[in-house]
Design a binder for this molecule. Structure first.
Ligand SMILES: [Zn+2]
Length: 157
C-alpha cells in the first residue's frame, strides 16, 4: 500500500503575512523561509525556552561563560572598536537600572505620594561651589505612570 502523499498547503506567514507553501515535512510550519522571519522565529523560541526551561537557561549560561573564557580579549576589543555604541548601551543600561530601582521602591510602597515629598539636593566635590554660584543644578526627573488601586484611592481623597 502506498503512503498517503500530503498535498503542499499554501498558508500565510504569521510574521510577514506573505503567502508561502508549507514544507511537506513540517505540517505545523507557520513561518515562511525568509531569513528575517526564520531569525525572528528562532529568537522567539529561544527567549520562550529561556524563561520556561531552567535546564536550557543553565546550558545557555554555561555556553556563554565558556565562550567568554575562550575569547578573553573579545569584549575589550569590541569596546575599543565600537565606542559610540558602547557608550549608548552604557546609558541605556543605567536608565534600565534606575527604572528597576524605582519600580522596586514603588512595589515596596516606599514612594507613597510623590507630590508631598520634599527634596533636598546635596552638592559635593570640587565643582559644587561653582554650580551653586551659577545656579546650575543638573537634574533628572522620571515620571512614572502607575495605575494601581492604591494610587487611585489616594487621589480620590
Ligand atoms: Zn515570513
Amino acid at each position: 500500500m502506498a503512503g498517503v502523499k500530503r498535498m503542499p498547503r499554501k498558508i500565510v506567514c504569521r510574521y510577514c503575512t506573505k503567502p508561502f507553501t508549507q514544507s511537506p515535512y513540517h505540517p505545523k510550519q507557520e513561518v515562511c523561509t525568509s531569513e528575517e522571519c526564520q531569525r525572528r522565529r528562532k529568537r522567539e523560541y529561544h527567549s520562550k525556552k529561556i524563561s520556561d526551561d531552567p535546564e536550557y537557561r543553565q546550558t545557555c549560561a554555561d555556553s556563554r561563560k565558556n565562550w567568554r573564557e575562550n575569547n578573553p580579549d573579545y569584549q575589550r576589543r569590541y569596546r575599543q572598536n565600537n565606542k559610540t555604541s558602547c557608550e549608548r548601551n552604557k546609558w541605556k543600561q543605567q536608565g534600565r537600572n534606575r527604572k528597576r530601582r524605582l519600580s522596586a521602591i514603588v512595589k515596596n510602597n516606599l514612594a507613597i505620594d510623590a507630590t508631598r515629598l520634599f527634596t533636598e539636593v546635596w552638592m559635593t566635590g570640587p565643582g559644587a561651589r561653582e554650580i551653586e554660584k551659577n545656579n546650575l543644578a543638573i537634574s533628572q526627573v522620571m515620571i512614572l505612570h502607575i495605575d494601581t488601586p492604591f494610587m487611585c484611592n489616594r487621589s480620590a481623597q
